[in-house]
Write a protein that binds this ligand. Structure first.
Ligand code: DAH
Length: 348
């Protein structure tokens, strides 16, 4: 027994504890429950009673030595692999990784470009509320009482506040920016020359081609002796500034309650340059908005003398123009905030 203890003590003292693998092997073969020390403790019962005490003490001392060697070596290995101290290879003088800057939203880019183009011919910006009353959205614009656009299908009505008289006119989310025409005509001195960008809302199912929220730019010019020729010239100027001199324009007779005569504005399809493609349904033309001479009844509703004054107005969708300009095929991209889409536009 004495011999076994002595040779184990020598082995323990000489053991190589220079790596984690060595440490593991040491722990298992000497300190573990089935290790060599445990083995010797087991054999204690075969030792004659009068020697048991002394041998037991020797074994306990050896166990403590082994544990102490192990603990010390483990600490040394731990601090050697600890990489908190500075990495000498890292260059701390390198500039930091810059914060990613955003990009302009394509709708903001197009809106601002439209505003700049109209500003050059004297149109100043006006804005109005998104929650509107029936008068500014419909009645003042000459929509008959039973016009289908007033129907719940197209318009989001705002629930009346508690205590509202049952016959009060409803509030709604404006369905077009023509509301701002009315506000401007009601409040501003003549002549009036304004562009009115803004968000509009319609009760539509969201798809690649339709959305319940989109943007329009409205325009109005009211003075003495304004004619349809002035309207056409303004539209020609705008389209050529925005899309280039090789783009053609055509006016298609149409109907709006608030203009007479009314027209729809088509331009050469920018995708196929007029040759015909699936975007323009093989016609070579795409519609960008509506326009017309302000109906005398609308002028009168805003207390403007329709014998003395006349004017023209137009309304265009900003999404539609952005889609043509950047060849975007799905309206939903504008509101999804997918960075892969947004990063393609002008950086801030
Ligand atoms: N408000 C019309 C719409 O949302 C667009 C429009 C057409 C506006 C003709 C006008 C106009 O000012 O003269 O569809």
């Amino acid at each position: 027994m004495q011999e076994s203890i002595a040779s184990l003590a020598a082995e323990i003292a000489a053991a190589d504890l220079s790596s984690t693998a060595h440490l593991d092997a040491f722990r298992i073969s000497y300190l573990g429950r089935k290790g060599r020390l445990a083995d010797l403790f087991d054999q204690l019962k075969t030792v004659p009673a009068e020697e048991k005490r002394a041998v037991g003490q020797q074994l306990n001392a050896l166990k403590q030595q082994a544990q102490a060697r192990f603990d010390e070596a483990q600490q040394a290995t731990d601090s050697a692999t600890d990489n908190t101290p500075a990495n000498p290879d890292f260059d701390y003088t390198l500039p930091p990784v810059p914060n990613a800057l955003g990009t302009r939203h394509p709708l903001s880019l197009v809106r601002e470009e439209m505003m700049r183009v109209f500003a050059r011919i004297g149109f100043a910006i006006a804005e109005g509320p998104e929650i509107e009353d029936d008068w500014h959205n419909f009645t003042a614009l000459n929509f008959p009482e039973n016009h289908p656009a007033r129907d719940m299908q197209d318009t989001f009505f705002v629930a009346p506040a508690a205590g509202t008289a049952p016959d009060a006119l409803p509030y709604l989310l404006r369905t077009h920016t023509s509301t701002v025409q009315v506000r401007v005509m009601e409040t501003e001195p003549l002549p009036i020359r304004r562009v009115m960008p803004g968000r509009v809302f319609r009760n539509e199912a969201i798809s690649a081609r339709a959305h319940m929220m989109f943007h329009q730019v409205e325009g109005i010019f009211i003075d003495e002796g304004v004619s349809f020729a002035d309207l056409k010239q303004t539209v020609y100027y705008f389209v050529q500034e925005l899309f280039g001199a090789d783009i053609n324009i055509r006016f298609r007779p149409s109907f709006f309650p608030f203009t007479e005569p009314s027209a729809e504005i088509d331009i050469t399809c920018l995708i196929c340059k007029g040759a015909g493609c699936n975007i323009c349904k093989y016609s070579g033309w795409v519609e960008i908005g509506g326009c017309g001479m302000v109906d005398p009844a609308v002028l009168e509703n805003a207390k403007i003398d329709s014998d003395k004054y006349s004017g023209y107005a137009w309304g265009m969708g900003i999404e539609r123009i952005a889609m043509l300009k950047y060849q975007i095929k799905d309206l939903r991209l504008f509101t999804e905030n997918d960075m892969r889409f947004l990063r393609q536009f002008e950086a801030l």
